[in-house]
Design a protein around this ligand. Structure first.
Ligand SMILES: [Zn+2]
Length: 684
């Protein structure tokens, strides 16, 4: 798997702690009338003193907003506030410590149960039983969010600790103490109380969309060109879009008919986007298809088959995902759209900042130089699918087979990988002492999937590195992925064990952990003792990064604009969405790609399947690449091991603040662009 796939994989395995459960259709009303709130505030000021007025007002209103009639009467509300507000610092410290201890016990142990329940699905332990799937579907987190409210634990946090908006965190956060940040993160956990049935509905919609994507395969041997030739081998079954894309990428190394195959894959993608693909070709090998003429035949014959297109399923799912989010909107009045929630809460970088960063990438003049360089290397003009050009590879000097041999000999099984963790970490620059410390906290399991890093959620528990090692030993591709996962694991250990407050554990958002994983992955040849300091290979990597980020930045912008369009046109529906998505993709193309490619009105940027179900996750991929370049620039003349630990133990601050403290500037694409400019000069 290429880094970009890993990224997606890692994102998909993120667990949402707070979902709630349904008790059927309960009837309750939400909120406490203003007069009752005011009366409560007055009684509390009378009891605790005027000097606490500000905290009291904030706390009462936070609790009132989320209080439901089934939590108690208005009198119960007032009594709760009077009984559970802490005004002495000593008591407040105790309350804060209790939250830290108990939430670590809750999340840490639930995570251990989750890991165990998923064990036989994730770890290669032999045949999977139906029972394993049942445990896999058992959601240990399902009741947690609602239980914390029902037990009034959440209300106690909200009564005593203010919730801050992203604006406030950015404005004041720089001057906050570590403890103050930890308190803000504690309150963040209880920001929204979304009714169980709304949450459940949303997650069912997402699961259905995920299943649609997960089963969208194309049988490549069933594709024929105008002469009836089959360009792809028998048995090749590729998932849309990433399997198709990776095959397209691989064909850059095929000098014979690689270009014909790429054009055919591109044609298939266009049919999928436009929903013109014959229904019979989706996850089915019983028909042959010419994607250019859109004719279909019964497989292996000249008999025409049913060519009716796939109904508008792709955009039906997309629209349902939008509806699922709309149902949530009213319960998050502070951030009343998914756009607000994604940027202000989950990612904590403002939408306009992300957009500016994407445009910084998309309008970099160096893209023109890289495009001309690619054309020279390909010996032809660029075609739209060259957004996935894969020819800047530094590994040319080692044939893949040779690397496979080296890796196989060194890592015959997962145990050998675990045993050598200290050595691997030392080659990356960690001291013996730190290498031992980390290795004691990371354990290696044989994986069913390509690879995965599962961090711990309580001190004393270990991070798990999952890697797939075939019977005859590890291969180079598996090794490359394992080193990526190790980057996650090292981050996970530092951000759990090294952070001073449990509430601050972790990194600001997913893009950051991916950036650390990429930093490791880039150094895989160092681990094998094969890296060269050749400026040529560094230049190739810089160009590869820039070109990959160019592609994903455009996709991110399409994703963001489509969501804006849906919120602007809530009455539209799936049919109009299909047309709008293609139009938006073409607009983004015309603005940022047509000047470089010399072709207009291309809609390829909306082929990403994750756009359908993940609700604007894609910009994190672009941000991850940009941050990686900033890290690399920073690590150039510094000690990687020391710096990584220093950065990680900051914990979960707001991203821009974290970045300032980490590398001395907010998130910016400048280092990536400048590295690409230097690279063009070297290679020209
Ligand atoms: Zn990853």
């Amino acid at each position: 798997m290429k880094p970009s796939n890993l990224f997606i994989y890692c994102l998909l395995t993120a667990v949402f702690i707070f979902s709630s459960y349904s008790n059927g259709n309960e009837e309750y009303s939400m909120g406490i009338p203003d007069a009752v709130q005011q009366q409560t505030i007055d009684s509390m000021i009378g009891k605790f003193g005027d000097e606490h007025a500000e905290r009291i007002q904030a706390g009462v209103s936070q609790v009132a907003e989320r209080w439901r009639s089934d939590d108690g009467s208005e009198e119960d509300f007032e009594k709760f506030c009077l009984d559970n507000f802490y005004h002495e610092q000593e008591k407040l410290d105790m309350v804060f410590d209790r939250f830290q201890e108990n939430l670590e016990a809750l999340y840490g142990n639930l995570h251990r149960i989750y890991r165990q329940f998923m064990w036989h699905l994730h770890v290669d332990t032999g045949p999977v039983l139906p029972l394993d799937r049942m445990f896999g579907e058992y959601d240990v987190y399902a009741h947690v969010g609602e239980d914390l409210f029902r037990s009034k634990i959440a209300f106690t946090a909200l009564l005593n600790y203010p919730v801050y908006t992203l604006e406030e965190k950015i404005e004041k956060g720089e001057g906050w103490s570590r403890r103050k940040w930890a308190e803000a993160r504690l309150a963040d956990q209880f920001l929204n109380r979304i009714p169980a049935e709304v949450n459940q509905k949303r997650s069912e919609i997402r699961t259905r969309a995920d299943n649609y994507i997960a089963n969208y395969n194309i049988y490549m041997h069933n594709l024929v060109d105008d002469e009836g030739n089959r360009l792809f081998p028998e048995g090749m079954r590729l998932i849309s879009h990433w399997g198709l894309r990776d095959e397209l990428k691989a064909q850059y190394a095929n000098p014979d008919d690689g270009l014909e195959r790429q054009r055919m894959i591109y044609q298939v993608m266009q049919r999928i986007i436009a929903q013109e693909i014959p229904k019979v070709m989706v996850d089915n090998d019983e028909a042959d298809w010419n994607p250019y003429t859109n004719e279909v035949w019964k497989a292996g014959t000249q008999d025409p088959a049913d060519a009716s297109p796939e109904p508008n399923t792709r955009y039906e799912h997309f629209w349902r995902v939008f509806e699922g989010e709309q149902a949530v909107d009213q319960y998050t009045p502070d951030n009343p759209t998914l756009i607000d929630r994604r940027f202000n809460r989950h990612r904590e970088i403002f939408e306009d900042e992300v957009e500016a960063m994407l445009k910084e990438v998309l309008t970099a003049p160096v893209l023109n130089d890289i495009a001309r360089l690619i054309e020279r290397r390909l010996g032809r003009d660029l075609e739209p699918f060259d957004i996935w050009y894969d020819g800047f590879k530094e590994r040319g000097q080692f044939p893949e087979g040779k690397l496979d041999d080296i890796v196989r000999e060194r890592f015959p099984d997962p145990e050998s990988f675990e045993e050598q963790l200290p050595d691997i970490l030392k080659t990356l620059g960690f001291s013996s002492e730190r290498a031992e410390y980390l290795s004691e906290r990371i354990t290696v399991d044989p994986s069913r999937g390509a690879g995965h890093a599962m961090g711990a959620r309580m001190e004393g528990d270990k991070a798990h590195l999952r890697t797939r090692i075939p019977e005859d030993g590890m291969n180079y591709q598996g090794f490359n992925i394992a080193i990526h996962e190790l980057g996650h694991n090292v981050e996970q250990v530092f951000t759990l064990e090294g952070v001073d407050y449990y509430m601050l554990r972790g990194v600001p958002n997913t893009a950051f952990t991916e950036a650390f994983a990429f930093v490791f992955q880039y150094r895989d040849l160092d681990v094998l003792g094969l890296a060269s300091d050749d400026p040529q290979s560094e230049a190739m990597r810089a160009l590869n990064d820039m070109w990959m980020t160019y592609e994903i930045a455009g996709v991110s912008l399409v994703d963001m604009r489509v969501w804006r369009w849906m919120y602007d046109n809530p009455g539209a529906g799936p049919e109009q969405l299909r047309d709008a998505v293609q139009q938006i993709a073409a607009e983004v193309w015309n603005e940022f790609y047509a000047p470089v490619y010399g072709v207009e009105d291309v809609s390829i940027l909306c082929i990403y399947s994750h756009m359908i179900s993940l609700g604007m996750y894609i910009p994190d991929y672009a941000i991850g690449h940009v941050i990686t370049s900033q890290f690399e620039e920073h690590f150039k003349d510094r000690d990687l091991a020391y710096e990584m630990e220093r950065m990680c133990v900051q914990g979960n601050l707001a991203p821009q603040l974290w970045m300032e403290k980490a590398v001395g500037s907010p998130i910016t694409a400048q280092p990536m662009i400048e590295a690409a400019e230097r690279a063009v000069e070297i290679l020209d």
